[in-house]
Structures are given as C-alpha cells and as structure tokens.
Design a protein. Sequence first.
Lengths: 353, 252
Amino acid sequence: MQRSKATNRTRTRTAAHSGAKDRVDRVDPYGFERPEDFDYDSYEELMSDYLVVLTRRTIKWSKLLRGKRKVQKSLTLKRYVRKGVPNEHRTLIWMAVSGAQDLLEKSPGYFHSLLGAQHDPKLVETICTDLNRTFPDNIHFRKTSEPCLQKSLYNVLLAYGTHNPSVGYCQGMNFIAGYLLIITKEEEKSFWLMDALLGRILPDYYSPAMLGLKADQEVLGELVKAKTPGVWKTMTDQNVMWTLVVSRWFICLYIDVLPVETVLRIWDCLFYEGSKILFRVALTLIHHNQLEIQQAQSLPDVCQAFKQITCGPFVDQCHTFMQKIFTEPGSLSRATLAKLRELCRSRIVAEES
Amino acid sequence: MSRKKAARGKAASSSPSAGSPAGKGAGKAARSSPGIVPMNGVVHPSRPSISNSSEFYDVAFKVMLVGDSGVGKTCLLVRFKDGAFLAGSFISTVGIDFRNKVLDIDGVKVKLQIWDTAGQERFRSVTHAYYRDAHALLLLYDVTNKTSFDNIQAWLTEIHEYAQQDVVLMLLGNKADATHDRVVRREDGERLAKEFGVPFMETSARSGLNVELAFTAVAKELKHRSTKEPSEKFQLQEYVNKEMKGAGCCRA
C-alpha cells in the first residue's frame, strides 16, 4: 500500500512536471509573492497530500462548531487545534481560546479610543521606520493595495504601544501584527490578539530590558543540555551564545524563520497551549537535526546549521511537523519550564547587576 | 508554502542567510572551514583556508555594522556583498546576522565576517555582547535623519564601553544620494568625526557611493595591523581621503 502510493506520486509528479508552475499562483494564499527559485513541483506534490488533510479537518471542524454560540476550551478542542485550525475558523478559534474575545466584549470601543488618544511622537516615529520594512513581498502591504494592510499595521501597533507604554514598540511586533492582520483582516481583533500574546501568553520578550527573551533563550539552552547534550556541547565548544541563533525564533514567533503554513499551525497551538509550544518547536528542530549541528566546526558553521534546519521538507510538511513537536522532544511539563525560567531569570538579573 | 527569500539569499552561497534548501548538500560538503576569529586575534592559517564559499583566505576579521534603526545597515551590507540595491525589499533586522566576503588586499586574501545588527535601542543589550570580539566597527547614521546623527555620540560611548580598545572604527553618513531629503550636511559629519578622531565618509547603498571603499579601507587597516609593519604606519583617513569619490578630491 505504501509502495503503490509512492509509485502513484512519482507518476503524478512526472505528469505534473511541465505544468506545476502554470497551475500554481505566483502569490500564495496569504498574499506573499513566491520567490524566484520557488519549487512549484514539490509544492504541488506537498499540497496534493495536505489538501486531503485540510478537507478532512474542515469537515470535522464544521461538525464540531455547528450550532455552537460560544467556543469553549475542552480536551476535544485542544486535540482539534493540534491537528490544525482551518483558515476560515482561525480568527474565531484564536479569539476564543486566547481570551481575546472576552476582553474585546468587555471593552467595546477601547481600541478606537486608543487610536483617538494623544500619541507619543517617539512611538509614532519608531513604528513608521518599520512600516515599509514589514512584508514588502506581500501584496496586501503595498501602499497601493485596497484594503491596505500597511495602514492597519500602523493602527494596530500604535494602539498597542499606547495601550502598553512600558513595551511601546519593539521590532518583531511588526511581523506579529502583520500576520494577525493577514488572518483576521480586522484591526480591532488583531489588537486584542496582540494583547493576548504580549500580555498573557508570552513572557516579557518585548519590554526594553527584554528579560523574558534573554531568560527563554537560556531556558532553551538548559533543555537542550538535558535532551540533546551533543548539541549543547557543540554550542559550548564553539562558544556560541543561544541568542545568536534563536533570538529571532522567539521574538518573531517563527515568522520568516519557518514557512507561513507551518507558522500558522504553530500559532494555533500557541494561542491554545501557551508559550511552551515555542520550546517544543525549537527542541524538535534541534533534536531532529542534531547530527548536522554537531558537525559544525566553528561559530559561523553553527549559525549556518541553525539557518539550514529551518528549511526543507521537514518543516514544509507542516502536518507531520506538528505531530513531531509533541513526540520528538519528549515530555516538557509546565512545572519544569516555570522552574527553569525562574532559575535563568535570576541568573541573568544577577549577571546584569 | 515555503517562502524563503530568493532575492536575498540567492547570490550569497557563503552567507548563512541563504535560505535555499538546495544549498544544503553543498553547505555540508564545504563545512571544513577552520574556525576563525578568536577573541583577540587574527588567524594565520598555516596553509590557505577554505571558507564556506570555497574561497581561499589568508586572514579573517570580524566587522560589525552598528547605528540606529533604519539607517541602512543591511542595505549597505547587501550592496557590498552582492552589488545589489533592491529598493523596498528589505525587512527590519531582528537580532543579529552575518555574511562573509573575501577581499584581495595587496595580494593577501582577507576574509571579512560582517555582522549586521538590529538598530533598535532595546536590542543593544543583546548585541553589545558581540562588540568585544569585533576587530572593526562601522558606525552608520542616515543623512536624512537628524536623530540618527544626534545619537552617534551615544553610540560612541557604548562602543568605548564594550568594544576592544584598539577596534578599528569608521563613521559613515549613509543615504548620501538623497539630496532632497538631506538634513545632515557633510561638514557636520566631518566635524563630529574630527572631534572624536574617527575616519569618516559619506556612503550610499543605493548608488554604491564609497561602499566598496569603506570596507576595503577597513580591510587594509586590519591587514596592515596584522602584518605588523610599524615602520610604515597605514593611515586610514589619509587613504580614505585619497580614494573617496565625490567631493573628496578637492579636500586637503
């Protein structure tokens, strides 16, 4: 059975070889232009498998949501989320499981009042510096596009920075708000999801001291030391600080690190299960590619290896990848994570003072 | 599904930024390069070394690009590395990244490992840990942004605190092509540079003005220091003045 499937695929692939580029859009479903060297054949092959999964999941989700006025967290829902939220339900599910919907309903008009408030000119300036540098390869972020997500991006970031002046604006938030807008297509919902992420789901990654980020990078180091000691040794031998290779993973929540579809699947679980998911993804990438990383002979080699492990079929196949993140790194309890976070945080505070 | 950036990664086979999965095998095979740039010194391999791009080199140095957010650090690096300026195709740099380029300096293959950093202030606590390993720092401001120029002094303070004492430092006023939007005159940059005893030039990643020169001058200085010929001290600013394009020729 396995074999016949493989043979079938080879046949399909040969037949498809000439035309995949003609059949597949130059722009992906989220508005990103495909790069010049995009492998249309592999993509089509991948999608033909993934569409089967998507269709099956969509039917299951419609049944689950039918007649429901409000989505409540449950073991079933968690299982469904891990298997992927269909794009048409993403806004609904993200809003519900993150608590953003409750907050929006409690404070109607708050988002718009933030836009109408007095704004810190410094905040405005830092946000504006990054507007043209947020997804220039996405057609919805062009100044000429209608609706123009660049304007919405400005509003969401401005509202958030005004709402939470101790964070203000930190680079990386532009990409997160950008993704939220691509999915929800609504400024207000994007704002509340942003608030859920930065206010509750993630530690203080984006505050001026970036203490939460620094701690989580060290926590990852500790987890790697326990789970993949060979990689930890390579990092120590080559004198590579974790921040060098993983800061973008955490700050950007894998945006522009992993393929779009994979990032969205990660976010499905991130909104439901919390920041633990970020470690599961990192540990899976590292564990799965440990031999490759351990071959590194120098600091640049290590950096190169950490770039390479974020591309290729392993991460393109988002459905199997998401199954792997719950098995490959082994157990990761909330208690362990909380303990390590506290340990690393106090270590950093002690070093910095 | 995959959205790796071809334009940025394509021409840069030696760059870790190259996200092309196709390069995977090649990268592995070439991964025999020796470790470079120990904390405080220059590497003189006993025999020529092979970098990731299979280019030979004799000495290697670490150069860092620093300066406010949006002054054009990544653009300057890409212009130097790939000779390209792709207007409006850059995303803000988060964290830290590097690219390699090997230059021929008077018959010596000098490999520059150039580190590109996020400019936003809060990232500095993450990036200044790298200052101490840097052999050279290129400090950029944007001639169309007064704040970025005013912040140079703060940057210099930070550099003095964290970088090596003998680090090669150069001040660059970038976006010099933007004549209409210019708010910082060249003389202002010169005066500031003189005040702090730092070599200075204006650059443009868009037009390419002085981009090659900035990196070559730094490479020359570093190479000169490493070969230790104190009898004929290399004068970085003199070299820059002599070679500088634009109005540089009419100056003393």
